[in-house]
Design a protein around this ligand. Structure first.
Ligand code: B12
Length: 226
């Protein structure tokens, strides 16, 4: 059976045109236009939600990062643009197509100190589309409180997100403390930091490392046998 994550979509030219217009709306701070593009010209024209996430919002956010790094936009403009993507994700959340529930619970958190939460949030939405029950804890989760929550409501898998390489010690510490609590709990790790720390995943006591939300879903299905 086809999953909701396998539907056909636009060609690459169609995506880049829509992405450019979305980015322009973000940069001008036009929330209405940004949402109109994603909903009226995306969703309602049959573009699958996972493509809106991975081929429009994610690359637009990366482009915002590039413009910021090159000092072509200010921190304030980055905040404005990111707030629009957060609004869009909230709005699109209501429209997520969902496979039937598979009964498995996945907890998703950014490690202590990590403020980049958009990727973890997107990964959470993808897991939900695939039928997982998700507990999304957001940015900067103190490790002691993460462990406390794991004790209170142990999930089938924990997914940890890290963007800044200087948060990798926090990731290692979180994994060590989770292992003291349970040597069996599946742990998935991901986020941009792994692009800059090649091969690190082999050195960690985890079940899976992945580059994007789609890979996380595939691995979660495999590891949890659904
Ligand atoms: C928005 C943003 C911020 C916002 C974040 C707000 C928020 N609520 O999330 C704020 C302003 C807080 C911020 C702060 C900083 N930022 Co910033 N930020 C960004 C920006 C522009 C976009 C991030 C984003 O939204 N990405 C979109 C999501 C969808 O992509 P993603 O995170 O990669 O997630 C995908 C995958 O990685 C994966 N994934 C993610 N998590 C997980 C988990 C698992 C288990 C798996 C399998 C997969 C997975 O799946 C996701 C979906 O496909 C990036 C640019 C970039 N290239 O990412 C810079 C960027 C990451 N930031 C950067 C920097 C330098 C900083 C600061 C240090 C700036 C400063 N001087 O203060 C601080 C650090 C803050 C901190 N303590 O963490 C640099 C990092 C450069 C580097 N090499 O280290 C970047 C790359 C910008 C740049 N080009 O210079 N930032």
């Amino acid at each position: 059976m086809l999953s909701v994550l396998d539907r056909p979509s636009l060609d690459s030219d169609g995506f880049s045109a829509l992405r450019e217009r979305y980015l322009a709306a973000q940069l001008s701070g036009d929330r209405r236009e940004a949402l109109r593009l994603l909903v009226d010209e995306g969703l309602l024209r049959g573009i699958p939600l996972q493509d809106i996430h991975l081929k429009i919002i994610q690359p637009a956010q990366y482009e915002i990062g590039r413009l910021w790094q090159e000092n072509r936009i200010s921190v304030a403009q980055e905040h404005l643009a990111t707030a629009i993507s957060q609004l869009a994700l909230s709005h699109l959340y209501r429209h997520l197509p969902r496979d039937p529930s598979n009964g498995k619970v996945i907890m998703v958190a950014c490690v202590e100190g990590e403020m980049h939460e958009v990727g973890a949030r997107m990964a959470s939405d993808f897991l939900e589309m695939a039928g997982f029950d998700v507990r999304f804890l957001g940015a900067n989760v103190p490790t002691a409180h993460l462990i406390r929550m794991l004790r209170e409501q142990t999930p089938d898998m924990l997914a940890l997100s890290v963007t800044m390489t200087y948060h990798l010690p926090a990731l290692r510490s979180a994994i060590t403390q989770v292992r003291e609590f349970s040597s069996q709990l599946h742990i998935a790790v991901g986020g941009l930091a792994f692009n800059w720390a090649n091969g690190l995943e082999h050195d960690l006591d985890v079940s899976f490392h992945g580059r994007d939300a789609r890979e996380l879903v595939a691995a979660s299905c495999r590891i949890l046998g659904v």
